[in-house]
Design a protein around this ligand. Sequence first.
Ligand SMILES: Cc1cc2nc3c(=O)[nH]c(=O)nc-3n(C[C@H](O)[C@H](O)[C@H](O)COP(=O)(O)O)c2cc1C
Length: 173
Amino acid sequence: MDVLEAIKGRRSIRAFKNEDVSQEIIEKLIDAAIYAPSAGNIQPWEFIIVRKLNIKKNLVEAASGQSFIEEAPVVIVVCANENRSSQGYGARGKTLYCVQDTAAAMQNILLFAYSLGLGTCWIGAFREEEVKEILKIPFGIRPVAIIPVGYPAEFPSPRSRRPINLIVHYETF
Ligand SMILES: Cc1cc2nc3c(=O)[nH]c(=O)nc-3n(C[C@H](O)[C@H](O)[C@H](O)COP(=O)(O)O)c2cc1C
């Protein structure tokens, strides 16, 4: 699939078919993720693959009842290893680069998943401390987003985008 076609065709999917996604496909998504750029090539991302229903239910709770998380056969929780980034780049690494790096990796997952006919949604609204406890995430690792992955059971229309002339500034802001 053409890159622009994937960029423009992807939608956030919040309803999934009752159909499994193979481990092989999940590994392909992770492989796409790790080709994202990262500051100093530190690659601070960590991925937790969740298939167990009880863990998914706990994630739904931590995400204030976003129940479509448990509908998806697989959930990828993308984490930023703040320790690695801060070793390289101090406070800027910890607070900014590792979040940017993992965000780039997540976008790769979303786009490649779409090109494979899968649906995903970037979920950022969750209580971090709860997610850390549920998934036994150690100190210094920050869960950045939850991505349910499955075959789409809905095909939403595109959401509007702010027009380019309102957001692009030339030479100075
Ligand atoms: C940082 C971030 C956090 C988000 N958090 C949520 C969320 O918690 N729940 C949800 O359903 N969608 C969430 N989304 C998805 C957005 O609502 C969605 O991307 C936006 O409405 C545009 O729609 P589209 O992805 O279909 O183009 C999030 C997206 C981003 C980038």
